[in-house]
Design a protein. Structure first.
Length: 457
């Protein structure tokens, strides 16, 4: 690599970046000696831009600068000189170009032609992506301007008037209420980026076969397997006659029905447990960061169809529930154990004498099966339901007034996903209307959901 570089500059780089004298060319190109080359296609392009309503002033500034620099033979900066390449493209050469009307094609043709006449490096300065790709395909080195030094896009007189109108409108809006909605984990302050974690704990699910087998052992009397004499002695110990065959037959039929209903209850209970685990709870905060109070605020909240049920505890009003969450109810009770008629009814005096000797009898007394505690939502009533179709849920929340520069906790949402195929980014569609604001505000309030298996960090 030589220390000298001939750098062809395209029109865009001249129009959208600082004046030539203000650019540190040696640092930009990494060379000690640079000659900036202006070719005729670029000069013609600058001349055309003089009548452009937006770029006209810049084009005139660039033309004056080139005219001043071309008469100087001295360096414009240390190690930097300027040259105008007066070589033009002939008609025959134009016919060989893929797109003869393209200024980029003409510039690259002259760059390639210039490479043949010098021994040092030649490159082109451009920010145009298309020109960069074509140049690299032709074997021409590319230098990209520093994007941090790019000038702001110029504006026409019409655009300037539009900007003034927008600023005046913004000033008017700043004297109006400005309602914003944010979520947070229950009890936490509102946040723009809120993340919720739902845990799928399979250890809380019951195995239907195992539950039924335990129930089968608990409800087994053993009497149907005893010989008649032993069964009679066992019944005497229980203080009753042995059950009849008809009683035993009815008992075992009811017991089989009980096992079927118990298995169904386990399935409902597991589904309810999974439903509770798929539910996210989040606080809703309503914020007015405008310069005026918000009056008669209506907030319409729509939930997408991925939610199966939705509940809302609203501060100062009755709770709301939409959708269904089927509770498993109480665990089915086993049928009563059969027994015959009592042999005798002892008096209280005799019972008092026998009571110290009865623990063994109490220990084999049939007891109710164990019950599993199931969390249940409290019954909820609707506040203002706009729709609960299959496509999702919609409700309307109302605020009478909310002071400016103020925020308020509105309530706690609980939204249940219909399955474990939970999207990472979720959100509610919210529409806000106010009596003292001319616009209807519509936005999506997003939140993140992270699904983890039990035991996952």
């Amino acid at each position: 690599m030589t220390s000298r570089l001939d750098l062809f500059v395209d029109a865009n780089a001249l129009l959208h970046y600082p004046p030539i004298r203000d650019i540190d060319w040696c640092s930009l190109c990494g060379r000690q000696e640079i000659q900036i080359v202006f070719c005729l296609p670029v000069i013609r392009e600058i001349d055309k831009k003089k009548s452009d309503p937006n770029l006209g002033a810049r084009a005139q500034r660039v033309a004056r600068e080139i005219n001043e620099l071309r008469s100087r033979s001295a360096e414009i900066r240390k190690g930097v000189t300027v040259r105008i390449l007066r070589r033009d493209i002939t008609s025959a050469e134009l016919s060989s170009l893929p797109n003869a009307e393209s200024t980029d094609e003409r510039i690259l043709f002259l760059v390639k032609d210039h490479q043949k006449t010098v021994t040092h490096d030649v490159a082109v300065l451009t920010e145009d992506n298309g020109m960069q790709i074509v140049a690299e395909g032709l074997g021409v080195s590319v230098v990209v301007p520093n994007p941090e030094t790019r000038l702001a896009n110029p504006t026409s007189e019409l655009q300037r008037k539009h900007q003034v109108a927008v600023q005046e409108l913004d000033a008017l809006k700043n004297r109006l209420p400005r309602i914003n909605i944010q979520f947070s984990s229950p009890g936490d302050p509102p946040s723009v980026d809120t993340k919720f974690i739902i845990v799928r704990d399979r250890s809380k699910l019951l195995d239907a076969d195992e539950v039924v087998e335990k129930e089968r052992l608990l409800t087994s009397t053993g009497q149907d397997e005893l010989p008649g004499q032993l069964r009679f002695q066992f019944s005497l110990a229980m203080g009753s006659n042995p059950p009849t065959k008809e009683q035993l037959r009815t008992y075992f039929e009811d017991l089989q029905k009980h096992f079927v209903s118990l298995r169904a209850w386990v399935g409902e209970r597991n589904e309810f447990e999974e439903s509770c685990a798929r539910t996210v709870a989040l606080d809703l905060h309503v914020i007015n960061d405008g310069l005026a109070p918000a009056d008669d605020v209506d907030i319409d909240v729509s939930l997408p169809s991925r939610f199966r049920s939705f509940s809302l505890d609203v501060a100062g009003t009755a709770p709301v529930i939409l959708g269904t969450r089927k509770s498993p109810g109480d665990r089915p009770a086993a049928p009563e154990r059969p027994h015959g008629a009592p042999l005798f009814q002892p008096s209280e005096a005799i019972l008092e004498l026998l009571r110290p000797q009865l623990p063994i009898v109490d220990s084999i007394r049939f007891s109710d099966p164990w019950r599993h505690a199931i969390p249940r939502d409290e019954p909820r009533t609707t506040v203002s339901v706009l729709g609960d179709e299959i496509g999702g849920f919609s409700i309307r929340l109302g605020i009478k007034t909310l002071k400016h520069h103020n925020s308020d906790w509105f309530g706690t949402f609980k939204a249940e996903f219909s399955n474990w195929d939970v999207a990472t980014t979720c959100g509610f569609d919210v529409t806000i209307t106010m009596a003292n604001h001319p616009e209807r505000i519509a936005r999506t309030i997003p939140f993140l959901v992270d699904v983890r298996e039990s035991g996952q960090g």
